[in-house]
Design a protein around this ligand. Structure first.
Ligand code: PGA
Length: 251
């Protein structure tokens, strides 16, 4: 896969913003075909509006989370099957905000990623260490545990995306440096290939995103890091101009 820039709107937006933002990005994509693949992940109630606005462009739709069951008595949850029917191509699973706010374990994230694959979606599986884990030198151990525990056996480099998002860099304005990012991306690539039932997962073509305070002004440096295949963008994805700067910064 080539570069992917995914916008995670989180719990932001409104019908008006969804329409305007998606329309502005669609106009840019129509005017000049972007080199990178683009995904917009709005809150679930806005999927239809964003889906309508991006129709006929190369921009894809994504969900921010899914339940691990295909349907049933799970009030407030959204299934991967429904996301697929709403036109999604991607779904984010295991975002650090869900791991923290909803106590999602690696085992739960793995089941959600399995549900995504079953539904024909590309899961964007998020991993990343907290500030205190980083301070105590546990980054590599945390990443190993999360990658080993959160990925389905059936994941391959062609059907799955991983996002490395150091928690200390999310929404904080602190950006990781090449020295922070490159070794973790290399570690994820290796761990991914060692996974799967026989310890020989098909890792070719795996896209590993970086996420955490990515914006127009730092995108070029981050996207040039070895092993970085794109970005998962929170705050800056709510601004069409800034988001597009990230898209066009892809090498
Ligand atoms: P941020 O969020 O760009 O606002 O730091 C990134 C993310 O959480 O996906």
């Amino acid at each position: 896969m080539g570069y992917l820039i995914a916008g995670n709107w989180k719990m932001n937006g409104s019908p008006a913003l969804a329409r305007d933002l998606a329309a502005a990005l669609s106009a840019k994509a129509r005017a000049r075909a972007p080199r990178a693949a683009i995904a917009l992940c709005p809150p679930a109630p806005l999927l239809a509006a964003v889906g309508a606005a991006i129709q006929g462009t190369s921009i894809a739709l994504g969900g921010q989370d899914c339940h691990f069951a295909d349907k049933g008595a799970h009030t407030g949850d959204v299934s991967a099957v429904l996301l697929k029917e709403m036109g999604c191509r991607y779904v984010i699973v295991g975002h650090s905000e869900r791991r923290a706010d909803h106590h999602e374990t690696d085992a739960v994230v793995k089941k959600k990623a399995e549900a995504a694959l079953r539904a024909g979606l590309v899961p964007i599986v998020c991993v990343g260490e907290t500030d205190s884990e980083r301070e105590t030198g546990e980054t590599a151990a945390v990443i190993a545990r999360q990658v080993r525990g959160s990925l389905p056996d059936a994941a391959t480099g062609a059907n799955c995306v991983i996002a490395y998002e150091p928690v200390w860099a999310i929404g904080t304005g602190k950006t990781a440096t090449v020295a922070d990012i490159a070794p973790v991306h290399a570690q994820i690539q290796t761990l991914f290939g060692e996974g799967g039932p026989a310890g020989k997962r098909a890792a070719a073509g795996l896209t590993i995103l970086y996420g955490g305070s990515v914006k127009g002004s730092n995108a070029a440096a981050i996207l040039a890091c070895p092993g970085v295949g794109g970005a998962l963008v929170g705050g800056a994805s709510l601004d069409a101009e800034d988001f597009w700067k990230i898209v066009t910064a892809c090498p």
